[in-house]
Ligand binder design. Structure first.
Ligand SMILES: NC(=O)c1ccc[n+]([C@@H]2O[C@H](COP(=O)([O-])OP(=O)(O)OC[C@H]3O[C@@H](n4cnc5c(N)ncnc54)[C@H](OP(=O)(O)O)[C@@H]3O)[C@@H](O)[C@H]2O)c1
Length: 355
């Protein structure tokens, strides 16, 4: 490692918030490139990483953050992902394998591109690469009110599908309908009622599931009733915002031809194919804007909780109210994770996207 130092959000233990501190500067090895980071979003996957649930560091110290936006040494602006351990995205500089990046089109600012990278990649991968959604098909987005679900609804609508948006935030559901979603379902209701509501909007060709747990269990009941045995349905599990476990009745799989698959790191969607996503970053194309505000980058002495960071010049945060001092990025609530027990709402950046 270099004797030069950078500043970064550094994880020291599973279940502990990262600390803003000095860290050895990265040096590129063979087939690698150093990226000067401009913006890195704080996402559920970063919380899961810190909690040791998913993408957990093999050793510590480790810089937090799975991706971000910045510049290569030749000045090319890129959205990068999967930095080489122990480096992460929440640092002034990081190091990635050659090609582990996408070009960021002019017209998309750093923060929008950084915020869209993970939800956009996941939406493209699920709806297009793995889901194979085509015009005229019906998609249920379970968890459509989150950052990722909103982008998935947007991508699905642009492909000409009928979009059924399900989530618990009524205001966001209304917005999604106003912006082009075909139907909305509130998931915050008893199992039977939710199963009826999901069944009433079916049958479905694709389910993009960011929630799992009770909403998925209601879905399983609905699919038994509503999906034609001759009409296969792809259920892609992308997230577990509502919980880690769900009961899957055998009759769901036997009565409806459900193909249930998980979506995470790797799989069919290679970074080369993901380059097709890059137009999504363009704010002109997607008419996306983010509920975000700018803050100066915090010194080690005055970190704030629950903030996405702009590593060099400023940090980007949602409209979450500040919750006092403490280490940077502390107190966030991963689904079921140790850091989530405090009952704080997780920080997120919510896209306002015209479908
Ligand atoms: N596999 C991948 O590559 C990938 C990529 C992106 C995301 N994900 C996963 O997908 C999930 C959502 O990510 P995101 O980016 O959309 O996060 P986000 O912006 O933080 O949104 C989380 C969403 O989950 C909802 N939610 C939380 N608990 C719920 C519950 N008990 N019942 C119903 N809804 C609940 C929230 O509703 P409220 O707004 O009402 O709080 C919000 O809509 C996470 O589990 C994340 O790890 C996976």
């Amino acid at each position: 490692m270099s004797t030069q130092q950078i500043h970064a959000a550094v994880l020291h233990r599973v279940g502990r918030a990262p600390r803003y501190e000095a860290f050895p500067a990265p040096e590129a090895g063979a087939g690698e490139a150093v990226v000067t980071v401009a913006a890195a979003a704080l996402k559920p996957s970063d919380r899961l990483m810190a909690d040791g649930v998913h993408y957990a560091p093999a050793s510590f110290p480790h810089v937090a953050g799975l991706d971000g936006v910045g510049r290569l040494e030749d000045g090319t602006r890129v959205a990068f992902f999967a930095p080489r351990a122990p480096y992460g995205g929440m640092a002034e500089r990081t190091v990635v394998r050659e090609g582990m990046w996408l070009p960021v089109p002019e017209g998309a600012d750093d923060v929008t591109a950084a915020a869209l990278l993970n939800p956009g990649m996941a939406a493209w991968k699920t709806v297009v690469a793995e889901g194979g959604l085509s015009a005229g098909q019906t998609v249920l987005v379970l968890g459509a009110t989150g950052a990722s679900g909103r982008v998935a609804a947007h991508v699905a609508k642009r492909r000409g599908a009928r979009v059924v948006a399900a989530g618990r935030d009524r205001r966001v559901l209304d917005e999604l309908v106003a912006r082009g979603a075909d139907a909305a379902i509130g998931v915050d209701r008893p199992h039977g009622e939710l199963a009826d509501a999901i069944a009433a909007e079916g049958p479905y060709d694709l389910v993009v599931d960011y929630l799992w747990s009770p909403p998925a269990e209601a879905l399983f009941d609905a699919l038994m009733r509503v999906n034609d045995p001759a009409r296969p349905i792809r259920h892609i599990l992308v997230g577990m915002a509502a919980g880690e476990n769900a009961t899957l009745p055998a009759m769901t799989l036997r009565k409806a031809p459900v193909h249930l698959v998980g979506s995470g790191r790797g799989g069919r969607a290679s970074s080369r194919r993901a380059r097709r996503l890059s137009p999504t970053f363009s704010t002109r194309r997607s008419r996306a804007s983010w509920s975000s505000t700018w803050r100066p980058f915090r010194s080690p002495a005055s970190p704030r909780r629950g903030r996405a960071r702009r590593a060099t010049a400023g940090s980007c945060s949602s409209r979450e109210p500040p919750s006092g001092g403490g280490p940077a990025v502390r107190g966030y609530g991963g689904p079921g994770g140790r850091l989530g027990r405090g009952g704080q709402r997780p920080l997120s950046m919510r896209p306002e996207i015209s479908l």
